[in-house]
Design a protein around this ligand. Structure first.
Ligand SMILES: Cc1cc2nc3c(=O)[nH]c(=O)nc-3n(C[C@H](O)[C@H](O)[C@H](O)COP(=O)(O)OP(=O)(O)OC[C@H]3O[C@@H](n4cnc5c(N)ncnc54)[C@H](O)[C@@H]3O)c2cc1C
Length: 414
């Protein structure tokens, strides 16, 4: 079974490149091989089912990887405007919440449907339940082996994702191992955009509570990254947007890591100390368990009081300056020892992957294997939470598809 192009993986990048190729060159034969019974399973779960499809502020600083500049060309050339036009053509209108782009339906499944309908209409051949297990080079073509069948093509686009979401989303890392065996260098893979496990004594007491805080990930006293937003306490540790955002470094550093929450980032520790002293004078008639009522989340306040050795049944009157000082410090530095993350299965993206130095940044083609492309998450590029990862999937897919069109001498760049 010979086609012009085989795309391995019917996820975000794979479906996008297949549709784009057939839009530009209807006579090109394009086959997508997908291991799961349906294409786009992960895409349908993105953005809590709403699909944060892109972001108005696509900047290099929101991406990571050993050779992060690799992604600049693709993101600049095939930017959000280009992506928006592509999606508009297949029926997906963009809607914005701040800088974040979503489908106007706010349904991730509708993005999968529109890609699928366009692929079917354009004549993309989709083979589901077809897991690729080997790739061989034969007579200048690629033989792609899947269980009991094999397919031939002169171009293969590997869009197989990595490990995030785990087996249920088809992300078992087979293609990474296969490429490794074939001699490609890889960068250590770790989960990113993931919940953080911490020492559980305090978080367990606060399970289910959400508070706004500036979250800072530190290794010893070195600040790695800070983000402001809503932090969620869980029985295993911490979650919420700022935690997911700072989580990337955790499995890559693993050195004396902690997350510090600043519960009042807009004022200094001294100002908090003064405020608490005055508050103690004013509210002398309360018991300590109500001291923070109206100022902080009540449970959080109580846990902080206990952490500095206060008895909650004492009167506020009894609060000494020394204790108030400690409280002010804790409000600025509510600290949690990091013990790990909740792993690939819960992560939104995988940091690391195929080393990009082996690929051409304008085409995504392997420098050593003509006609072999890698796109999307499988490459050592990952983005922050906020639509950055899907934009990378789209942009890199457009790059590879354009290159295939050029190599196959189809008109492009229209
Ligand atoms: C829960 C969740 C929410 C997310 N939300 C967002 C969001 O809102 N915005 C955002 O920008 N990013 C989000 N992401 C990240 C985003 O989904 C990924 O970055 C993106 O899907 C990567 O695209 P991809 O095509 O490279 O890989 P995938 O979308 O993972 O697709 C890879 C496909 O390849 C198939 N495959 C794998 N191995 C083989 C094989 N050997 N043979 C055949 N097929 C194979 C898989 O089954 C899969 O369908 C989220 C991720 C998760 C898990």
């Amino acid at each position: 079974m010979v086609t012009d192009v085989i795309i391995i993986g019917g996820g975000a990048a794979g479906l996008c490149s297949a549709v784009y190729l057939k839009q530009k060159a209807p006579s090109l034969s394009v086959r997508v091989l997908e291991s799961l019974p349906r294409v786009g399973k992960k895409l349908a779960l993105t953005g809590n089912g709403r699909c944060n499809i892109s972001n108005k502020r696509i900047e290099l600083s929101r991406y990571h990887g050993e050779n992060v500049e690799f992604c600049q060309y693709a993101l600049d050339k095939y930017n959000i405007a280009f992506t928006q036009e592509f999606f508009e053509k297949i029926g997906v209108r963009f809607a914005f919440e701040g800088d974040k782009a979503f489908p106007a339906s706010f349904q991730a499944a509708s993005v999968v449907d529109c890609l699928r309908f366009a692929a079917e209409n354009l004549g993309v051949i989709i083979n589901t339940e077809t897991r690729v297990t080997n790739i061989q080079i034969a007579g200048g073509k690629y033989r792609v082996v899947a269980d009991k069948v094999s397919f031939m093509a002169s171009n293969i686009i590997i869009a197989a994702g990595l490990l995030s979401g785990g087996d249920r989303l088809g992300c078992d890392g087979t293609m990474l191992s296969l490429l490794k065996k074939a001699g490609f260098n890889t960068v250590k893979t770790t989960p990113a955009i993931v919940q953080v496990k911490t020492a559980t004594d305090v978080v367990k007491q606060l399970k289910g509570i959400k508070i706004n805080a500036l979250a800072t990930l530190k290794s010893g006293n070195r600040k790695i990254r800070e983000e402001f937003g809503e932090v969620l306490f869980c029985d295993y540790g911490l979650s919420g947007p700022p935690i997911l955002q700072v989580s990337r470094a955790i499995m890559r550093e693993q050195n004396n890591l902690k997350i510090e929450l600043d519960l009042m980032p807009e004022i200094s520790e001294n100002e908090i100390f003064d405020m608490l002293r005055q508050r103690a004078k004013r509210l002398f008639y309360l018991k300590l368990d109500e001291f923070f009522t109206g100022l902080l989340n009540k449970r959080v306040g109580q846990v902080i009081l206990k952490s500095v050795g206060c008895s909650l049944s004492d009167k506020v009157q009894a609060l000494e300056a020394e204790k108030i000082k400690k409280l002010a410090f804790l409000i600025k530095n509510f600290s949690f020892t990091v013990t790990g993350t909740t792993g690939f299965i819960n992560s939104q993206v995988t940091a690391g992957g195929i080393n990009t130095l082996q690929f051409d940044r304008e085409t995504m083609m392997s420098k050593s294997n003509k006609g072999l492309y890698c796109v999307g998450e499988i490459l050592d590029i990952d983005g922050d939470c906020g639509g950055f990862n899907l934009q990378w999937a789209w942009s890199s897919a457009f790059c590879a598809a354009e290159s295939v069109l050029k190599e196959m001498k189809y008109a492009s760049d229209k």
